[in-house]
Structure formats: C-alpha cells, structure tokens
Design a protein around this ligand. Sequence first.
Ligand SMILES: [Zn+2]
Ligand SMILES: [Zn+2]
Length: 332
Amino acid sequence: MQGIMSLCDVCRSRSATFYQKHSGLKLCKHCFFADIEERVQAEIRRYNMFESSDKLLLALSGGKDSFVLLDIIVRVHDASKLVALSIIEGIRGYNRPEDVEKLRTITRKYGIDHIVVTIKEVIGYSVDDFVEAQYSMYGMIKISPCTYCGLSRRRILNLYARKIGASRVVTAHNLDDEAQTYLMNLLRGDPARIIQVHPLSPLLSHSFVRRVKPLRKVYEYESTAYAYLKGFRFQETECRYLELRPTLRARIRHYLYSLEDTSPGTLLRFVEFMDLLLEPYVKRQQLPELPRCSVCGEPTSYRREVCKLCELVTMIKNAFRTKSNEQLNPHR
Ligand SMILES: [Zn+2]
Ligand SMILES: [Zn+2]
C-alpha cells in the first residue's frame, strides 16, 4: 500500500514528491513542472498575451515568483526578445540586492539584458523616505507605503518599457495576488478597477505598455514549491511594511488563505469565474484616453489634474523641506 500511495498520479511510474492540494493529485517533480508549464502556456494562449515577435520587459523582483516566471519564459520565448528589469524599493532590511544577484546569474546564462534601478534614482525618493516623511509630518503613517511603492514600480516599468521599445510588460503576479485584487475591487465596488484585473482589459492610454501576467493561474504555494524543487534558493524576507498598517489587501489575504485551507481550489474557481463573468463586459468597454498629469506628463486618473504619484512626491518634498527649515531655525 505504501508503495502505491507514493507513486505519481499522472505518470504512475515515478514517486510523488508534491501534493497538489487544489486538485488532490500527488505528483512527481517531472509531472509537477510539466503541469505548471502547461497551465502557464495555456493562459498565455487563451488571452493571446504576446506573440513571438513581441519584445518583453520582464519585471523581476527577486522573489520566488520572478524565478518561476524567468524559468518558464525562456522556454516559451526567444531570449533575444527579453529584457529583465529589477526595481530596488529602498526598504532597509529587505534583502533585495542579494536576491536580484541570484536572478542575474540566470539572466546572464541566457544572455538576457538585466537592468537594475532604484525607486529613489527614478522617482526621487525611496519607500523608506516616504515613511520617514510621514513620521516627520504627522508623527504616524497615514498612507500605506505599499501605495507609494506600487505606484512607483508601475511608473518605472512603463517608463523603461517605452525606453527599450518593449511591446509588453510581463509581471510575475500569481493566482493568490490575482484573487486578492479581484476581491478587493469587488468589495470596494470599483468597476473601473476590476476591469483592469482582467487579461483583456482595455489600455486606457497610448502611453501605457500592456502588462500581462502569465502566472495568474498558478498558486503561490505551487510557485514556492516550483522554485524550491528547481533548487532556487531564495530568502523569504517579507517586506516589513506589509503588516505595519493593515491595508484591505492584507486582511483579504488572510481571509482567502483560510478559505483555501478549508476548501482547496476556491481561489482558482473564483478567478476563473471572474474572468468568464467579466469577459463580455470588458470587451464592450470603450473608454476615453486618460488625461495627462500637469506635473509629470504621464497619464493620470479621470478628473485628476495631478497624478497620485506626483501628489505623494510633493508631500515628501514638503515634509523634508519643513524638517530642514526646522533644523536651521530650531526656535521658530
Ligand atoms: Zn509523474
Ligand atoms: Zn504626475
């Protein structure tokens, strides 16, 4: 019985090393890798995410998901049409430079150009600067650092994609991320944003380069196992700001984990259902071009003259200016 129990449910010849909770299958390494790769390829084809002629900018953070993305993409796309970009957020104790170095050994092996930039050098201030500015202004954190971090990363990806002439930005978002984003926007009652999660969402500005997420049907636990079983040693340092000010996303994340625990497969069914439900709606969308920010010239939200990122950068600038003035004139 023991011998039968440990055989892979797919090939029935090798011993199983991975239990795929949501399918109930025990898989050997070989069949597990094949399953992930097939599902990623199916998702790319289903939504025509890119074609062989597309130049892709890969957003690689240095975590396990970016390793999985890189490992699969080099087998489905010509390496000469790939450029990697890693963004260093500037968060003390968050081991990004080392993780990026590990990815670099892989991109080097495939001859893929790998750009590494910091948020500070492109946007002006690091994520730590953003936190420090809020402490000096309010004595507390009012706006989540994740907001500044996310806006900055999105901006940098878009700027670099245009700079290198990429036709797609490829990110390593997994199924857990996607389920969280869908649910978050559902609960906020935000139809404009929920459409943007869908792989066929309309591009709202000619200045945006389309972002695609090939791993969006791969669970985080699968991505972790994939990276681990392939021998990729990554340091699982969680960003220290993640729990600092619990955002709606953080609460949803916990909630979805507990749902998935008691009922494996929930996240996958939820994302697939949302995709299907939204598809006809997304295809019908005819939205006007986004206006441009009067400060930076990049696209901004409808009815917004200055983009959110410029607004936050101004806030940091003012906080630091006030601080240095106080230091110059301590009695005023
Ligand atoms: Zn097998
Ligand atoms: Zn702006």
